[in-house]
Design a protein. Structure first.
Length: 434
């Protein structure tokens, strides 16, 4: 297998690379990036509106918050559980097909969320269908597609743009979703939003691999295609830096899911106007456009492990300041803006480290495993938030758990080595594929 210096990493680092992608006809790099970013924007934006439905759905159905919290926790878990498999499918059959299938399942799950009259149906729609749909339609598959289709010089910045677009979706869809809820009710609002998700299969055509590339990916013969799913996974799970990265991303999921789902309820408990919750989520999305894009640019210039440690420490400081002062409009929006800078800015350096360690061939699957850890954290962040609230009618414990985990993530990234996995490990992958 060829080795070369990664232009996006430090001078002494190496990475396994593939041949630069050829031209894709009308699917120029700009078109690929634009459509991928729109997919990220819609799928993440609609998902962010679920937090706005916690109170009205619970009141309409007569269920406690823990019922809806479990559905969203299940959604996060299945999103993560399905991500490595969706990534592996994208690696083999192309990102476009996986994005299209995931988008259709996601849209159907949103509709079922709106119409479910039984907790089991809610868990099926909001939990299982939306969760698995997201594993095939969200930014992780977009990033995998970018890695395979874009020139090397585009990848780091494009990854930052895809992540920032998800945040732009949150900024756009949070007030839009609240407006739909105010005017049409939460059920009709979800159905309207589902139509937006239904556009994903159309946008996904821009990320289709050329026929020759798809045929090549299915052939057995070329060494670069002999690496198999299980063999590559075993090698990755024995690599210490990859394990540290995976552990750190768990914390990101815990923070993001807990705040997205429970911040509106926390603000309501403190007497805030419902509109403040929508604007706070929107503010997080707006500032993360800056944070995610900036992280994508910096990930190509600075050591990624240092960047990740700084991001998690920034979250710790923001949370401590927020819970130390009274809840007001200004304190909430300031917290939302600060958290927005550190929200999904973890994604470009995290995905970039996976590419540095193992190259682009199994990017979808290997980043999917890291993302599964993120979603396990998200499951616990949402579920424990609902469980602890049901027991104590307070979110105080969850805030302090979030602080402790943030400090853990600050430290755990520092020992990561930003270089390709040992050549012997890759030789084991090739041997296992023969």
């Amino acid at each position: 297998m060829m080795r070369t210096t990664n232009p996006m990493s430090q001078p002494d680092q190496t990475s396994f690379v593939q041949k630069e992608p050829a031209s894709h006809g009308w699917r120029t790099p700009w078109v690929i990036v634009l459509c991928g970013c729109l997919i990220s924007m819609v799928t993440f934006g609609v998902r962010s509106d679920y937090g706005l439905c916690v109170t009205p759905l619970s009141m309409t159905r007569g269920w406690g918050r823990e019922v809806f919290a479990f559905s969203i926790a299940l959604q996060n878990l299945l999103w993560g559980l399905g991500q490595p498999f969706a990534g592996a499918l994208a690696d083999r059959f192309g990102a476009a097909r996986v994005l299209a299938g995931g988008g259709m399942l996601y849209a159907a799950g949103v509709v079922l969320t709106a119409t479910a009259t039984d907790p089991l149906l809610l868990h099926l729609g909001a939990g299982v269908m939306v969760g698995l749909g997201l594993s095939g339609a969200a930014f992780a598959i977009v990033i995998a597609g970018f890695t395979r289709l874009l020139p090397t010089s585009w990848r780091s910045t494009a990854t930052g743009l895809a992540t920032a677009s998800g945040s732009l979706g949150q900024f756009t869809f949070a007030p839009l979703g609240q407006q739909f809820i105010d005017v049409y009710g939460w059920q009709a609002a979800l159905v309207i939003l589902a139509f937006g998700v239904a556009l994903v299969p159309l946008l996904a055509t821009a990320l289709a691999s050329p026929p020759k590339e798809r045929e090549s990916a299915l052939q057995v013969g070329a060494v670069i295609h002999e690496e198999r799913f299980i063999a590559a996974m075993k090698v990755a799970l024995r690599h210490p830096s990859y394990l540290l990265l995976t552990a750190g991303f768990f914390v990101c999921g815990f923070h993001v899911a807990f705040i997205t789902v429970h911040l509106p309820a926390y603000l309501a408990d403190n007497g805030a106007d419902p509109g403040l919750a929508a604007w706070s989520l929107s503010m997080i999305g707006l500032f993360n456009v800056i944070g995610a894009y900036g992280a994508g640019v910096l990930a190509g210039r600075w050591p990624r492990r240092w960047l990740l440690s700084a991001i998690y420490f920034g979250r710790v400081v923001a949370i401590i300041l927020f819970i130390s002062v009274p809840v007001t409009s200004w304190s909430t929006l300031a917290f939302a803006g600060a958290m927005g800078l550190f929200w999904l800015s973890t994604v470009p350096p995290t995905s970039g480290l996976v590419a540095v360690m193992f190259g682009p061939r199994h990017m979808g699957m290997l980043f999917g495993i890291v993302f599964f850890s993120h979603q396990v954290g998200a499951f616990l962040g949402v579920w424990l938030g609902g469980k602890f609230y049901a027991q104590s009618h307070s979110y105080d414990l969850m805030w302090w758990i979030s602080i402790a985990l943030g400090l853990f993530a600050t430290v755990v990234h520092l020992p990561i080595r930003e270089r390709a996995a040992p050549a012997s490990a890759h030789a084991q992958v090739i041997a296992a594929g023969q």
